[in-house]
Design a protein around this ligand. Structure first.
Ligand code: NDP
Length: 331
C-alpha cells in the first residue's frame, strides 16, 4: 500500500519535505478484517490544524505515521460477514490507496447508480452536511433571510448557497477568490450576488451588495470577512462560524475585528461548530439531501487530482484556492 506520512510539523505553509511516501505491506486477513481499495480520498482544511502539535477537537497527526482522513472505497478481500467483497464503504483511513483493518472501522454505504462515489466525500457527505447543519442548527435560517457566505465557491460554500435557497432564504451573497468562481456562484449555484474578495476590501464590496444588511453569515474564512460581515449584520443576526481558512497557515497572530461591539449593538449570536458534534442530524441531512439531489436541484463541482502520491499537492492547491467545489484525490 502506498501511504503518506507526516515527518515534520510545518511552520506556516506545509512543504513537500514535511511528508514522505511509504510502501506498507499487509499480511493475511485476520478474522473480522477487510481489505479496502480506496477509490477517492478527501483533503480538507482541518487537516492543516492536525499537522500542528496543538490541542484541538481532534488529536494531531502522529509524526512518522500514515495520516488519516475521509475516504471511500470498495472491499476487495473480506473476513467479515457484514462487509462482503464489493461493498462500498466510507471511512477515515485516507492518505493511502489500500487499507486493511477491522470491519468495525468502515461504514457500508448504498451504491447509487450513476452517482459518483466521490460525492460521498463532498456534497452528499461531510461538506454538504456541514452546510446544512450550519444553516439550520447553528444559524437558525428563516425564510426571507439575507445570507452572506464566505469561501462560497468551495466544497462547503457551494453547498451553503444552494441549501439556503432551498430552505427559503431571500438574497444570498457569496465571496470567492477569482472572476471565474464569482461567475459560477451566480450562474450555477443560485447566488443573487457575488464578489471577488481580491478586487477591493471585503468591507466595501459587501456593503455595496447588502444594502438591506445581512441576517445570516456563514463564515468559512474569518479575518477580513468576519469583520466586514459584522459591519452589516442586522439586529438579531446569526453568524455560523464554520471555518477560518484565512488564518490556518498564518505564522503571526492577527488582530481581531475592530468592530466586535456590533455583537452587542445588534444583539448578534456567533456560534462556532464542528460537524462531529452533530452526528444526530446525519439522517435528517441524508433524507433531505437525497430528495433534493434526486429532483436534480443540487449542482456540484469537483476538482480531481490523480494519484495518492499527489495528495499533498492536492491539499496545498485546495488551501491556495485552485479548487472549485470539492477537492478530491482519485486513487
Ligand atoms: P474549500 O473547498 O472551500 O477550499 C478552501 C478554499 O478556501 C479555497 O478554495 C480558497 O478559495 C479559499 N481560501 C483560501 N485562502 C483564503 C483566504 N485567505 N481568504 C479567503 N478565502 C480563502 O474547503 P472546504 O469547503 O472543505 O472548507 C471550507 C471551510 O469550512 C474551511 O474553513 C474549513 O475549515 C471549514 N469546515 C468546517 C467544518 C466544521 O465542521 N466546522 C467541516 C468542513 C469544513 P478562493 O479561491 O475563493 O480563495
Amino acid at each position: 500500500s502506498t501511504q503518506i506520512q507526516l515527518v515534520r510539523r510545518p511552520q506556516g505553509w506545509p512543504e513537500p519535505e514535511d511528508f514522505r511516501i511509504e510502501k506498507v505491506a499487509y499480511g493475511e486477513l485476520e478474522p473480522g478484517q477487510v481489505r479496502v481499495a480506496n477509490a477517492f480520498l478527501s483533503v480538507d482544511p482541518y487537516m492543516r490544524g492536525r499537522m500542528n502539535d496543538a490541542k484541538s477537537y481532534i488529536p494531531p497527526f502522529v509524526l512518522g505515521e500514515t495520516m488519516t482522513g475521509g475516504a471511500v472505497g470498495r472491499v476487495v478481500e473480506s473476513a467479515a460477514e457484514a462487509l462482503p467483497v464489493g461493498s462500498v464503504v466510507l471511512h477515515q483511513y485516507g492518505w493511502r490507496d489500500l487499507v486493511q483493518e477491522d470491519a468495525a472501522g468502515f461504514t457500508l454505504v448504498p451504491e447509487m447508480p450513476g452517482v459518483p462515489l466521490s460525492l460521498r466525500l463532498g456534497i452528499l457527505g461531510m461538506t454538504g452536511m456541514t452546510g446544512y447543519v450550519g444553516l439550520t442548527a447553528i444559524a437558525d435560517l428563516q425564510p426571507g433571510d439575507t445570507v452572506f457566505v464566505s469561501g462560497a465557491a468551495g466544497a462547503v460554500g457551494t453547498a451553503v448557497g444552494q441549501i439556503a435557497k432551498l430552505l427559503g432564504a431571500g438574497r444570498v451573497i457569496g465571496s470567492a477568490g477569482s472572476p471565474e468562481k464569482v461567475r459560477l456562484l451566480t450562474e450555477k449555484y443560485g447566488y443573487d450576488a457575488a464578489f471577488n474578495y481580491k478586487d477591493a476590501p471585503v468591507r466595501e464590496q459587501l456593503k455595496a451588495l447588502a444594502p438591506d444588511g445581512v441576517d445570516v453569515f456563514f463564515d468559512n474564512v474569518g479575518g477580513d470577512h468576519l469583520e466586514a460581515a459584522l459591519d452589516v449584520m442586522n439586529r438579531e443576526g446569526r453568524i455560523a462560524a464554520c471555518g477560518a481558512i484565512s488564518l490556518y497557515n498564518s505564522t503571526e497572530r492577527k488582530p481581531g475585528p475592530d468592530n466586535l461591539a456590533k455583537i452587542i449593538q445588534q444583539s448578534l449570536t456567533i456560534k462556532g461548530f464542528t460537524l462531529g458534534g452533530y452526528t444526530h442530524l446525519r439522517e435528517e441531512f441524508g433524507t433531505r439531501m437525497a430528495e433534493w439531489f434526486g429532483q436534480g436541484r443540487i449542482a456540484y463541482d469537483e476538482t480531481i487530482v490523480d494519484g495518492v502520491e499527489h495528495a499533498v499537492d492536492a491539499l496545498l492547491d485546495m488551501m491556495r484556492g485552485k479548487n472549485t467545489g470539492k477537492m478530491i484525490v482519485r486513487v
